[in-house]
Each structure stands twice: as C-alpha cells, then as structure tokens.
Design a protein around this ligand. Structure first.
Ligand code: ATR
Length: 290
C-alpha cells in the first residue's frame, strides 16, 4: 500500500452532514490497507444546498464511489444516472458506484441488517415473522429488504400510526402482500408480538445519551422472540439487556453497520472485504467511546 494517496489512488467519498461521529472511514481504510488496494475513503461534510455542485464535481474526479448518509439519502437520487431496483423501491440510497463516468445508486442498509441477523442467529429471514418498531428511513430499508427476502409477515408499529400504515401499504403494493400495521392498544401489540418470531427496534429510542429509554414496555418481551436493535451506541442497549435477561437471543446493532459497509466495499472494489477486520475496527472505535 502506498503511504499516501497518489494520482492513481481511487477515492471513496462519504457524503453527509454532520460526519464527526462516523466510523466508516477507518473501517474501510484499514481493510484497503490490509488488502493492499489503492483506495482511500474520505468523509466530506456537505450541506443540502451545496450537494448538487459538490456531487457533480466529485463524480468527475478519480472517485470509485460514494457512501451517502443523513440528510442526503433521498435527495441524492435525482442526481444519479441509474438506480438499482431495490434502492428504487426503498426510495433511498446509501451507496453509489461510479463506472465509466456513470453513477449508480444502491441501498445496502437492509442487506446489512439481514446478513448481520443471519450470521448472529445462524438462521434465515425466509419464512420468519417480524415485528418492526418505527417507520423512518432505516425501517423502510429493513422492511422492504425483508419482504424481498421472503419474510412470512411484517407487523409495523410506530408512534405516528399513519406512517406505519403507509409503509405496510407500500410493501404490499410494491413487493408482496406480507405487511400490516400493528394496532396501538397494548392488547393488539401483545397479539402481534406473540405471532412474531423477531422484534426489531429501528427507532432512535435507547440511543446515547438517552440510554435508559426502552422502545416498548418490558412486559411485552417474551423468550420466544429474537430481539434485534439497530441502535449501536451503546453497543448493548437497555432493550438488548432486558431481552437477554428474559432469555431471548439478541442481535446487536453494530453488525448492521459493519455488513452494510462490507456490501458497499464489494460494490466499490469488486473485492470481498475482510469482515472480521471491519468488525475489529468498529468494535475498538466504539469501545473507545463508551
Ligand atoms: P432513521 O433514518 O434513523 O430511521 P427517522 O427517519 O427520523 O430516522 O425515523 C425515526 C423513527 O424513530 C420514526 O419511526 C420515529 O417515529 P415517528 O414516525 O412517530 O416520528 C421514531 N421515534 C423517534 N423518536 C421517538 C420517540 N420519542 N418515541 C417513539 N418513536 C420515536
């Protein structure tokens, strides 16, 4: 590996705002280095106003691809030449490749969740019933990808009930009729959870600095559920600790971040990354922050 970027180095740019918290740059750079790939991953904070100019300029440089994060995952789409069908269905992009001057958008968030889930639980999402808390951007990517991968049923519960209904309708129309909004009263929540195999928290509840917050009443957790949280700061959320206390298998959120990065790495370079090394970097950076 060259000690510093040269004129032949291919750049991968992370676009978002703010980016101070992101662990993606060291996660990718460490693996580029270990695999002796002449790539360099750089965070570039950009405002919504400047996004069109900055993106158009960078896409004409020696750039192999982009990762895109909050707040640009949706509004970047209109600037792309092509869109992968799953990203089009989700309506958000987190990864862009640049080949022969053409940009193509993908969404690896849902794939990242599924791979993390399947690795941690040594099972498949196919045929399982899921209960999703939340209906924001992350929930959309996860729910649509679960439907693509043959989930039996997806029940969605959200503070703003209308958004859960809209998301379920969209999944049923665009992918397969497998989704429904879970009702609000505790009885209907209990019933939906009893019929589900997996609970996934996609809300920000429980995230640092509000680590004591639970996204649902503890009494609703039962040992038959696999409990996944996409919050990864802290690594063990209160939800995961409560679930573990009840004997539920758990899926911590850092895995989704690592595997969405691994899927993006493959798209940028064509090379399978060293996922264990990405995980090692991610865990050591997060441990330093706890
Ligand atoms: P992301 O892109 O990370 O998914 P988002 O699109 O802002 O973020 O979505 C955040 C999700 O967390 C939403 O489902 C939101 O519920 P609303 O649709 O009702 O806003 C949920 N959420 C955030 N704060 C919440 C709170 N205090 N109580 C319940 N749900 C909350």
């Amino acid at each position: 590996m060259k000690p510093y970027p040269t004129v032949t180095t291919k750049l991968v740019i992370l676009l978002g705002n703010p980016l101070g918290h992101s662990i993606s740059p060291p996660m990718h750079n460490r693996v580029f280095e270990r695999l002796d790939l002449d790539y360099c991953y750089m965070p570039v904070e950009v405002t919504e106003e400047n996004l069109p100019t900055v993106f158009a300029g960078l896409a004409r440089m020696n750039v192999a691809g982009f990762n895109v994060t909050i707040p640009h995952k949706t509004n970047i789409i209109k600037h792309l030449d092509e869109l992968d069908p799953l990203a089009a269905t989700i309506g958000a992009v987190n990864t862009i490749t640049v080949r022969d001057g053409k940009t193509k958008g993908y969404n690896t968030d849902g794939e990242g969740f599924i791979r993390s889930f399947e690795e941690e639980t040594r099972s498949t999402v196919h045929g399982k019933s899921f209960f999703l808390l939340g209906s924001g951007g992350a929930a959309r990517a996860i729910a649509m990808t679960l439907a693509f991968h043959g989930a039996e049923k997806i029940s969605i519960h959200n503070r703003t009930a209308a958004k859960a209904e809209d998301l379920a309708d969209e999944i049923n129309k665009k992918i397969r009729p497998c989704a429904a909004a879970a009702g609000q009263p505790p009885d209907s929540l209990r019933k939906s959870l009893a019929e589900s195999d997996v609970l996934i928290n996609t809300t920000s509840l429980g995230m640092h600095p509000q680590e004591e917050v639970l996204p649902l009443e503890e009494s609703l957790l039962s040992p038959h559920l696999i409990v996944a949280d996409i919050v990864y700061n802290p690594l063990m959320t209160r939800l995961l600790k409560s679930a573990q206390g009840k004997g539920c298998p758990i899926v911590p959120g850092l895995g989704m971040l690592i595997y969405q990065g691994a899927a993006a790495f493959k798209l940028f370079t064509g090379v399978d990354p060293l996922v264990d090394q990405m995980a090692e970097v991610a865990h050591s950076l997060m441990a330093a922050r706890q």
